[in-house]
Ligand binder design. Structure first.
Ligand SMILES: Cc1cc2nc3c(=O)[nH]c(=O)nc-3n(C[C@H](O)[C@H](O)[C@H](O)COP(=O)(O)OP(=O)(O)OC[C@H]3O[C@@H](n4cnc5c(N)ncnc54)[C@H](O)[C@@H]3O)c2cc1C
Length: 327
């Protein structure tokens, strides 16, 4: 798009997942100069680690999330987008025209003046570290029988046949893991602190597997401690504050949710008044935060319904909102 230099804006985008890449594409199409600052070595974010078919992308019924990430990144590499891989934001100051950013890349520092800054840093998986206070945690951790990565259980399905496995969590990921493991021949104990909170369809499937005796449901049950055995682990399960059951399992998978990657913002005084809830950044419908010139998109600002489609849409909304604020 033919924009005069005066109207062409440099926009810093922190995070090169689906949301950050979508925002960068839209900004470049609108005639601006997006700069992606990505902590990792390549673009793609969470999608790079999900090597299974993503059934939710309109027009791409058979594509895996990894393939989607490669397609998105390829599109960005062929667009007018500046990419700083292996980079983090090391400093931010406000100035008359917006922000002065200090970007640290592979030990070198660059300065960048950007009227707008977009946070697209996604989320990270919560794992065993949430249970460090429980009795027996240290030796359970050392046993190597605790796993947290969302799709780690898919690496070698035949391995699970005949094993007894605890899945801790009540949401979609816990339910999908329980289903995968049960179909691979394991007996699964699905341990849920609350009642099941997953989508209706997967809950129905889990209910059927439970009736077949392949999954035991432990609702409103809390993990209260660990006792390693010579082979496997014993888990103390508590209902109503009482340890009511010792459960012996061969392995535990934690599927207890995610945390927003927003802590890094606390080191910058200019963002000290940023509105957040449980670490998730609060925005209006145009993806603006309460700090002028600061936008937030994708999972880091979407605790309730994260998805690739929502991340892509957020990127488009932020770019248009930035364009409208300045054109
Ligand atoms: C197991 C699993 C299965 C899923 N399945 C589906 C599915 O089938 N369909 C679907 O639509 N969605 C699915 N999702 C959700 C979907 O993957 C996410 O909603 C989407 O990828 C989020 O994109 P994002 O850009 O917001 O964040 P991310 O993909 O997390 O990208 C954030 C990027 O920011 C970078 N970053 C973080 N902190 C910093 C920092 N301080 N400085 C610089 N860079 C930083 C990260 O390295 C990363 O590249 C799934 C998620 C999981 C975990």
């Amino acid at each position: 798009m033919g924009k005069s230099l005066a109207m062409r804006m440099t926009v810093g985008i922190i995070g090169g997942g689906a949301a950050g890449m979508s925002c960068a594409l839209w900004l470049s199409q609108l005639g601006h100069q997006p700069v992606i600052i990505e902590r990792g070595g390549t673009l793609g974010g969470q999608l790079l680690a999900i090597n299974r078919v993503n059934r939710w992308m309109l027009g791409f019924p058979d594509i895996t999330s990894v393939e989607l990430a490669h397609r998105f990144a390829d599109h960005i590499f062929h667009s007018a987008v500046t990419i700083h891989p292996n980079s983090v934001l090391a400093g931010v100051e406000t100035c008359a025209d917006g922000y002065q950013l200090n970007i640290q890349s592979d030990g070198q520092n660059h300065r960048l003046a950007a009227p707008a800054l977009v946070v697209a840093t996604g989320v990270r998986v919560l794992g065993a570290e949430m249970f460090t206070d429980l009795p027996g945690f240290g030796s359970a951790q050392q046993s190597g029988l605790l796993g947290a990565y969302p799709l780690g259980h898919l690496d070698y399905p035949p391995y699970w046949e005949g094993q007894s496995i605890a899945v801790i969590g009540a949401g979609d990921n816990a339910h999908f893991t329980a289903k995968d493991l049960a179909l691979a021949g394991a007996h699964v104990h699905l341990v849920m602190r609350s009642q099941a909170k997953a989508q209706t369809q997967i809950r129905t499937e889990i209910s059927l597997l439970s009736h077949e005796g392949r999954i035991t449901l432990h609702e409103q049950t809390v993990l209260a401690g660990f006792k390693p055995e010579q082979h496997g682990l014993c888990l103390a399960l508590s209902k109503d504050g009482k340890t009511s059951q010792w459960l012996r399992v061969d392995r535990v998978f934690f599927r207890i949710g995610f945390a927003a990657n927003s802590e890094f913002l606390t080191q910058f005084g200019v963002f000290s008044g940023l509105n957040q809830q449980a670490g998730y950044i609060i925005t209006d419908s145009a993806k603006r935060t309460n700090i002028p010139g600061l936008y937030a998109i994708g999972d880091v600002a979407n605790p309730k319904h994260p998805s690739v489609a929502a991340a892509l849409a957020d990127g488009a909304l932020a770019a248009q909102s930035i364009e409208k604020g300045t054109a």
